[in-house]
Design a protein around this ligand. Structure first.
Ligand code: PNS
Length: 183
């Protein structure tokens, strides 16, 4: 048993063959489908790092700091799950954090092509990091952050699709956007 000396891990004990997975994504915002995958991942791995890509290319509605906060509020007590941000190549991030697996959710066949490309590119870049696909509960097979935002922006009900703190934050975001437009 060896002490890990730095950062957030001060005082934590590094177990010899700790199985660490990274669950990367944009999470703008996190949905109940993402939570479902995190729960499944945490049953398979000793530690799951939810890694939010800090990249403004996709014009997110929430800053990375807000996304970190919303994920923390949504997860409740899951001691083996941490939430971080990353930039640059995912496989470099995974390696730097001792993760041998990348977890991705597969909802439907339509996800497959992009995920397949990404998994093979990541394998080429980092052959020692394996991509593991997990299917969320079928309840969430149609659910995406993009659809949640679209529905909420048009006044639709997103409760049950995202955790309650996220539903409130999304509602606040679109109410503020509406006020700005009508000013
Ligand atoms: O939630 P998303 O938008 O589907 O997540 C995409 C993400 C963050 C997993 C992907 O864009 C990513 O890994 N970006 C990091 C850059 C990288 O490593 N690119 C090369 C591998 S395709």
């Amino acid at each position: 048993m060896k002490r890990v000396p730095k950062g957030n891990d001060v005082g934590r004990v590094a177990r010899p063959a700790e199985r660490v997975a990274v669950y990367p994504g944009t999470f703008d915002p996190i949905t109940n489908g993402h939570i479902d995958i995190i729960e499944r991942g945490s049953r398979l791995f000793d530690r799951v790092i939810v890694a939010i890509l800090s990249n403004q290319d996709k014009s997110p509605i929430f800053s990375v700091e807000e996304r970190v906060r919303l994920i923390h509020q949504s997860l409740g007590s899951m001691p083996s799950v941490t939430v971080e941000t990353f930039s640059g190549l995912l496989v470099d991030y995974a390696r730097d954090h001792g993760a041998r697996a990348i977890v991705r959710g597969l909802r439907a066949v339509s996800d497959f092509e992009f995920e397949f490309q990404m998994a093979l590119m990541n394998r080429r870049l980092g052959p020692d990091v394996e991509t593991v696909f997990m299917m969320p509960s079928e309840t969430y097979s149609y659910l995406s952050s993009r659809l949640v935002k679209e529905v909420a922006s048009l006044g639709g009900d997103i409760s049950g699709l995202v955790p309650a703190p996220v539903a409130r934050a999304v509602a606040r975001h679109f109410a503020a956007a509406l006020r700005r437009r009508t000013r």
